[in-house]
Design a protein around this ligand. Sequence first.
Ligand code: PRX
Length: 677
Amino acid sequence: MAEKEITETSEAQIAVHWGEEAYYAPSVKFIAQANMTDETIYDRFSLDNFPDCFKEYADLLDWYKYWDEILDTSDAPCFKWFKGGLINVSYNCVDRHLAKNSNKTAIHFVPELEEEKVEHITYRELWVRVNEMAAVLRDFCGLKAGDRVTLHMPMVAELPVTMLACARLGIIHSQVFGGFSGSACADRIVDSASHVLITMDAYYRGGKILDHKEKADEAVKIAAKQNQKVDKVLVWQRYPGKYSAQTPMVDGRDYFVNDLLKDYYGVRVDPVKMPAEAPLFLMYTSGTTGKPKGCQHGTGGFLAYVAGTSKYVQDIHPEDVYWCMADIGWITGHSYIVYGPLAICASSVIFEGVPNYPDAGRCWRIAQDLGVNIFHTAPTAIRALRKIGPDEPAKYDYEFKHMTTVGEPIEPEVWKWYYEKVGKGKAAIVDTWWQTETGGFLCSTIPAIKPMKPGSAGPGMPGIHPIIYDDDGHEIPPGKGIAGNICIRNPWPGMFQTIWGDRDRFVTNYFARYCKDPDSKDWRDWPYLTGDAAVMAEDGYVRILGRTDDVINVSGHRLGTKELESAALVVEEVAEAAVVPIKHEIKGVEPDLYVALKPGYHASEELAKKINDALVREIGPIAKARKVWIVSDMPKTRSGKIMRRVLASISNNRDVGDTMTLANPEIVEEIKKMVKG
Ligand code: PRX
């Protein structure tokens, strides 16, 4: 299939136009200290050695009982890893480090306000806090293994404490990104059938303290309308002992965690020996249909995969200070702030705030003050930091040995700034391509073994075997320069187990397209469809071009266009809505929203604002449209389908192509005039 066709089938695709760049070699100093320098790792993890190769990752963990079967495919494509094994995630991330590293910092919590002190939480202190919180969950809330709990927490140390307390008991946590609205939180409460919501009263963002508790009230109210009763709302206090929100606590429903903890001081909770294949957490993400789907991640497989990749790709050593600037409300934070790094006894930084507050030097001051030497962020943050302070890093005395980029394609020009200015030409960079569903990295270089190539993620990780298919299911061999749908040939331990409560959707969305035999129990028949378009170069390095489905990636935040459209349709006046991505210098893309009104209503500035406010209210500030265009009609096919591709071309000032097959070609000129002004 031609690249052009793929671009056209995808309305939500980020078009990446750069070509193959030259290699950059990691420094001799980096290689000399790296965790993985043995090139035979690729042979050890070849398809011939699959699935047994993943024992190597599992052996980084402590097991109560080893597995009977490394990969159970009897319910394909719901694969079970390390079946029969017993393990506890909280034990592996905390308890087992006490013998040698009790006094080592597990978490550096950096509040947004610089006048507030950084908190350094040792492994021993983390253990105490996790135990006491587990006691609250078990004894006060009556929760047990398999129950779901929704967390709606900001970037604070209490979030990993809560997650690890859940994991200690086998409670399945579902953390909702703190920036999401009460309404988005409610959808996730309902879908996961949670009876307990854990939140925080307030947090800082851009120098302001935000009332977060009000979102909990809204979430509980909306969930109740959908017959999901939340019995208890546990409220952490940003300042223990002080309430920083305006909304009143509800008697008999809302409890301050800091008060509850007083009854459990000194209580120790034995980690529950969980089956390796038990669910560990849900992470909701956007897909092609309106409703976010709960990606269900398992216990043993997930932890083995994130521990292995943290060690070999993030190159974390005991003496390193590791800072991943993602939000724990997204998968990156789960895998690479909390579980992976803590499983290998890292010191992990948690930063409450935004990278540009109070000024462009904030990140580099944090790096300097804490001695951070491994830095992990997204292209959107790199672009923003470059724009506001291109020469800022040089003013600070820090030295990164390693840097990661994740979440979006990174332009070679931006990559080079990251390498030269942020990394000061000394740090190895890994561009890690993966997804909420995949639990951990799919493609990346192993930094001491493979050279870097700006703009390309790299080859498949050891044990991850990517393949690019055309629309007819033929493999596109490497080096053809042709884009196609990137899939993974084989399952791996970090991959999600299913969509919570919706196995059919799991199979249809991710496997049906290239499945060779729907009754097959052989993993070879079930390639995993990622939903991304990609090109594979001769050397096996993969360049990701963007999504081929109705997903857009705004500042590295994944949003479904259908989700945004349904939020707009909540507004009484709106008859039809279409969201298209428009290129943005910093965010990668932004949503542009087109709406047509019901008869009898008229366009106005106020109405456009009301519609945009609905997006923020229903989803959160990240969903805000660049512009709401109220049009008299949508361009449509004869069968009535809205042609988002045409709208996307107009928004991005591109040629709209042939519109004569539309049912209403005349509307295109009208919309063009409107958008061009
Ligand atoms: O399109 C790919 C893009 O982000 C999507 C996954 O988003 P999410 O589930 O929110 O997970 C983000 C963090 C893992 C992918 O389908 N993406 C992710 N990493 C990269 C990327 N695109 C290009 N290069 C990357 N390194």
